[in-house]
Design a protein around this ligand. Structure first.
Ligand code: ADE
Ligand code: ZN
Length: 333
């Protein structure tokens, strides 16, 4: 595990639901899970692609019902993240995955916000909340979700786009992103995880996003790479996720290092750590081993995470974190 101070910018809070917590919440809420126990559940974590993961991921969310459940979920993540060197976390959540099951958006946001609001004091972690639209649902559903979130926007920094990518281009969400921008929300989107480089371009040109989540397949399009380098668009890579969801065959073959060498502004993140074999400190360690990254490359990844963070309202914190990374002594690890 690597303890270098870092920001985590690509993390789905529902993807931090560990089997032990899932079973504890199932019991508390009187929900029956279709697995014999935590080990049986873990054995089901063999994915062939993004969709096969999403089916299990959405299925397990039945255990999340009350505001306290969401608070507990976020507290557990923040405790683990802080122990792995995270100083700032920008946390995604999927409101439609809950509202469709009859859990009101206010229950979700207020439950999460309760944990996030005390995270700096309890864990030394500053936080932002990013509401993601499910791209395999309709644009109308996304707009209804944005409307439903209006009473809670003081807790929400930005919007994102996630779920099954293929066949669901960013352009489908042009209007809802325009509406989000007019509400003062920041904009990011998953693109180029399984989808083509054209989806990365659309996310930039049609949605006007400030960061691309994943962006892995950008490497297939040299002109796009040149643009991403020129504009220094941050890419929030998730290498362990890419291996588990079979976007790359092995970690050793992950293009992270080639992307850094090309001059792209890349960051390393955990995506859904309960499912993909590690939190973000574990991920730093794994890429270091698999790709032979040296200390300065790891330092660059950590610096990038703070450069790309939505810390504009707290530049003093960004500067403190950057200075901490610059002075970090790897020999203490
Ligand atoms: N939701 C949770 N994890 C995701 C991922 N890796 N891609 C798209 N949607 C997601
Ligand atoms: Zn993701």
């Amino acid at each position: 595990m690597s303890l270098i101070p870092k920001a985590e910018l690509h993390l789905h809070i529902e993807g931090t639901l560990e089997p032990e917590l899932a079973f504890a919440l199932a019991e508390r809420n009187g929900v029956e899970l279709p697995y014999a126990g935590t080990e049986a559940l873990r054995r089901a974590y063999l994915f062939s692609d993004l969709q096969s993961f999403l089916d299990l991921y959405y299925g397990l969310m039945v255990v999340l019902r009350t505001a306290d459940d969401f608070t507990e979920l976020a507290d557990a993540y923040l405790t683990r993240a802080a122990a792995q060197g995270v100083r700032h976390a920008e946390i995604f959540f999927d409101p439609q995955a809950h509202t469709e099951r009859g859990v009101p958006i206010g229950t979700v946001v207020e439950g999460l916000a309760h944990a996030l609001d005390r995270a700096e004091e309890r864990h030394g972690v500053s936080t932002r909340l990013i509401m993601c639209f499910l791209r395999d649902r309709s644009a109308e559903s996304a707009m209804e979700t944005l409307d439903a979130a209006k009473p809670y926007l003081h807790h929400i920094t930005g919007v994102g786009l996630d779920s099954a990518e293929t066949g669901h281009p960013p352009s489908k969400f042009r209007e809802v992103y325009a509406a989000a921008e007019s509400l003062g929300l920041r904009k990011v989107a998953h693109a180029g995880e399984e989808g083509p480089p054209a989806y990365v371009r659309q996310a930039l040109d049609v949605l006007g996003v400030e960061r691309i989540d994943h962006g892995l397949r950008s490497m297939e399009d040299p002109e796009l790479v040149e643009r991403l380098v020129r504009e220094q668009v941050p890419l929030t890579l998730c290498p362990l996720s890419n291996v588990r969801l079979r976007a790359v065959d092995t970690l050793e073959e992950h293009p992270l290092r080639a992307m850094m060498d090309a001059g792209l502004l890349v960051t390393v993140n955990s995506d859904d750590p309960a499912y993909f074999g590690g939190y973000v400190g574990d991920t730093f360690h794994a890429v270091r081993e698999a790709l032979g990254l040296n200390h300065e490359q790891l330092r660059e990844l950590a610096l990038n995470s703070f450069r790309a963070a939505f810390l504009d309202q707290d530049e003093a914190r960004r500067e403190r974190c950057l200075a901490e990374v610059a002075g970090y002594d790897f020999d203490r690890e």
